[in-house]
Ligand binder design. Structure first.
Ligand code: GDP
Ligand code: ZN
Length: 318
């Protein structure tokens, strides 16, 4: 038997008595993986018109078959607004008590990006917390925090390092009483390292490791909802890129995951990887670890998606 309280059941709204309930861990194309009191279940919806749950949702299953009969009312939901005109908005996480906005300290924090993430979290009805990652790479943490505070409003700001453990203890209270925390951030910010540190084992692959074994990051479905041994639930949202340009950028970043991960080490958060000092991408090319042509392709494709996104933006304003 699984104790669903560890999965945050006490925080769920209006759970019907005696119903067979589950919390969605992973969404597949036509069905959902969820944890129930009797263990993990994979179940579809009864028909195409039924409301589709997302990761973090509590659902009711039929008594006798593994079919989702209802999505319980959600307290809040983080939703990615589609950049394309025809695309559906995508629900990233539901029923979250706080949302960590992850931004790396490998360069000056990108405050514009933080503003957009905060807007998304507040829009979804959750509590944003700015978590500056890789603090071990930053010589002036106080300065970085001060610059983030100019845009963070009421949101708390923490600096942490998954590698050294620095600052990690300050995040513990967000998980108390089996609370659920969602993680938002571009790939390469150190999300997997953070989840692995909390879990005490390698539940998610670290980008640098993947580079060597040549496996695509998304070839296997990754688990998205975890219960920490120390208590509390973590929801890892799919690698979110630039807020607002997400959908346009995502495919590109997924295809060039090793460049995106290297780019997290560039001195400037908005490095174009052309002439900027402290560019980690060009440094890798210089060391012979990355093909120059591949970087050129990446920049070309990115420029294409950026102008496409601008066109969509203009079309929307009209
Ligand atoms: P994700 O793409 O957000 O899941 O990020 P990963 O956890 O895969 O990390 C991306 C890269 O950043 C890897 O090379 C990690 O080793 C590195 N990294 C992650 N956390 C830290 C940290 O706290 N300090 C430093 N210096 N590097 C880190
Ligand atoms: Zn660069």
């Amino acid at each position: 038997m699984v104790d669903l309280r560890a999965y945050g059941l006490a925080h769920a709204l209006s759970v019907p008595d005696g119903a067979r309930v589950g919390r969605v861990r992973t969404q597949h194309r036509i069905d959902w993986e969820m944890v129930t009191a009797a263990g993990d279940v994979r179940a579809p919806l009864p028909n195409r018109k039924a409301e589709r749950p997302g990761v973090g949702d509590w659902v009711v299953l039929a008594d006798d078959v593994d079919v989702i009969t209802a999505v319980l009312p959600r307290k809040n939901a983080l939703v990615r607004r589609a950049a394309g005109l025809r695309e559906e908005p995508q629900q990233l996480a539901a029923n979250v008590d706080a949302c960590f906005v992850l931004v790396p300290l490998s360069g000056p924090p990108n405050v514009k990006r933080i503003e957009r993430y905060l807007a998304l979290v507040l829009d979804g009805g959750s509590v944003p917390v700015v978590v500056l990652t890789k603090s071990d790479l930053c010589a002036s943490i106080d300065e970085a925090i001060a610059s983030v505070r100019t845009v963070s409003g009421d949101a708390a700001v923490h600096a942490i390092s998954a590698q050294t453990g620095q600052g990690m203890a300050a995040l513990e209270p967000y998980f108390s009483n089996d609370a659920t925390v969602a993680l938002l951030g571009a790939s390469g910010v150190g999300k997997s390292s953070l989840v692995n540190a909390w879990m005490g084992e390698e539940v998610l692959d670290i980008a640098a490791v993947r580079e060597k074994d040549q496996k695509g990051r998304h070839t296997t479905t990754r688990r998205e909802l975890f219960v920490r041994p120390a208590g509390g639930v973590v929801i890892d949202t799919p690698g979110t890129r630039e807020v607002g340009l997400w959908d346009a950028d995502e495919g590109v970043d997924d295809a060039f995951v090793e460049i995106v991960s290297l780019a997290a080490g560039c001195r400037f958060g908005d490095c174009a990887h052309t002439v900027e000092p402290g560019c980690a991408v060009r440094a890798a090319v210089a060391r012979g670890e990355l093909e120059a042509e591949r970087v050129e392709r990446y920049l070309r494709v990115r420029a294409g998606t950026a102008s496409r996104a601008a066109r969509v933006g203009r079309a929307k304003r009209r």
